[in-house]
Design a protein around this ligand. Structure first.
Ligand SMILES: [Zn+2]
Ligand SMILES: [Zn+2]
Ligand SMILES: [Zn+2]
Length: 459
């Protein structure tokens, strides 16, 4: 569908929103957006290509100048150069420190604004239209943003010596009010943050989530980066949305997952919908300053199931899951797997797999086993997640599609061909709606499905 079929409208009580001018079926591609600016998140730096965000292997080539940016090959490095050139000198100047995600992203936004490129993703809405959160900010928060703006000034000083000579549209403080989420400044951590205090500032700001930005995930639904897609900032939230966003590299795809009537508002979920209502409400208030009144929040239907089991047991699991960071080595994966195995066995009979923290632990154990190439054990954990996934992600949800695909692949690796084919078919039926036939993940799914069918024909 052409963007012309989407229109901006005043959504009652929510500022602007997007709606459709024609009736939509599930599985339609509504918008394909290029980022105005994007970065690889600090956690994934060095693990994915800075340009295409896709490859994740040991063979990435480092930028010989800053030694921070990495690319899967010469063509990606060449394509990235326009966005990286000035940033590269800035990164080199603050070595060995790497600024936090928000500052690196703001840096790219500044250079892009300076180049004044016309960006396709601005067709519905431009960077200058983006709502800043300034009116919701307390003095303390504004102080925090001023610190960030000063950090940005330090970071960019090799390229921009005199900030006062920038065009008025490029105001460092303004940029942060548009990109940052005000909720993150509620904590009193700003008291001890000084501009010169790089290391501390970085560790603090790393936890910051941005408001007008989107977390970019890869095919496996792992978060790899952060990007700004101005037009898509018009989409409002529902915990039970009628659209989803998936990524193909750095491209954002907006797709319908329900039938949507003419004039109906398009919604996406800003947060992980798996957590119980009270936690979703808290997170939305903290990060986006609004109260959700979607059907899921009103009936709170599955909340009891989400927290079923012994409370002290799931609280321990919850803490453990929250502490885990994406591992970068085999040893770290081994440590994580051991921790998961331990908790899963000590909680046997005390936590059902439908408890969301138990579910996250199973996911984590499966990830660890896949990374350690223990396929059989990975399949054991993965199979246990499928029931709860069906329960919590009914209908068309990209996370369920990806989970089914992963389990199907594991079944295939264990020569369980009929089961694998059945699971892959289920994945296919969801993925054709959530990702679409052209998506690279869908093509990968088709390949395994065909291999599986070929093996079964010869048996
Ligand atoms: Zn690449
Ligand atoms: Zn570089
Ligand atoms: Zn809600």
């Amino acid at each position: 569908m052409e963007p012309a079929a989407l229109e901006r409208f005043p959504s009652p009580g929510r500022g602007s929103g997007l709606r459709t001018r024609r009736r939509l079926r599930p599985g339609e591609l509504l918008y394909r957006a290029q980022p105005f600016a994007y970065i690889v998140s600090k956690e994934q730096l060095g693990g994915v290509c800075e340009r295409c965000l896709r490859s994740r292997n040991e063979h990435l080539q480092r930028c010989s100048q800053c030694k921070v940016a990495k690319y899967c090959g010469k063509s990606c490095q060449k394509e990235a150069w326009l966005d990286h050139k000035q940033e590269c000198r800035c990164l080199k100047s603050v070595e060995p420190n790497i600024p936090p995600d928000s500052v690196r992203l703001a840096g790219r936004i500044v250079f892009k604004l300076l180049r004044q490129s016309v960006c396709l993703s601005e067709r519905l809405y431009s960077f200058s239209n983006l709502q800043s959160n300034i009116e919701q900010l307390s003095e303390e928060m504004k102080d925090g943003l001023r610190h960030l703006a000063q950090t940005l000034q330090l970071y960019l000083k090799t390229e921009i010596q005199d900030v006062s000579r920038l065009p008025p549209a490029i105001d460092f403080f303004q940029i942060f009010t548009k990109v940052m989420n005000p909720g993150c400044f509620l904590e009193p951590f700003w008291e001890f943050v000084g501009v010169q205090c790089w290391v501390r500032l970085f560790s603090v700001v790393d936890t910051v989530v941005t408001c007008n930005c989107f977390t970019i995930s890869n095919g496996e639904m792992q978060d790899v980066g952060v990007g700004l897609y101005p037009s898509m900032s018009l989409l409002n939230h529902s915990c039970d949305p009628n659209c989803v966003i998936v990524f193909e590299g750095y491209q954002l795809l907006l797709r319908s997952v329900r039938e949507i009537q003419i004039g109906e508002e398009l919604t996406i979920s800003y947060i992980e919908s798996l957590v119980p209502t009270s936690e979703r409400q808290k997170q939305l208030m903290r990060q986006y300053c609004f109260e959700c009144d979607c059907p899921l929040c009103q009936d709170q239907e599955k909340d009891a199931e989400k927290l079923a089991g012994e409370e002290h047991a799931w609280k321990e699991v919850k803490d453990a899951v929250n502490e885990m960071r994406y591992p970068k080595s085999k040893e770290e994966w081994e440590r994580i797997l051991a921790r998961c195995q331990n908790l899963l066995s000590s909680n046997m009979g005390r936590l059902p797999d439908t408890n969301i923290y138990q579910l996250k632990m199973l996911d984590c154990a499966m990830d660890a086993c896949i990374n350690l190439e223990s396929w059989e054990e990975a399949l054991y954990y993965g199979s246990r997640t499928l029931g709860p996934y069906r329960l919590y992600y009914p209908g068309f949800h990209p996370l369920r599609a990806v989970q089914l695909m992963r389990v199907g692949k594991l079944q295939y690796s264990q020569d369980m061909f009929p089961q694998a084919l059945e699971t892959l078919k289920q994945a296919y039926n969801i993925m054709k709606v959530t990702h679409g036939a052209d998506h690279s993940l869908m093509q990968a799914l088709m390949e395994i499905k065909e291999q599986c069918e070929a093996v079964m024909r010869t048996q």
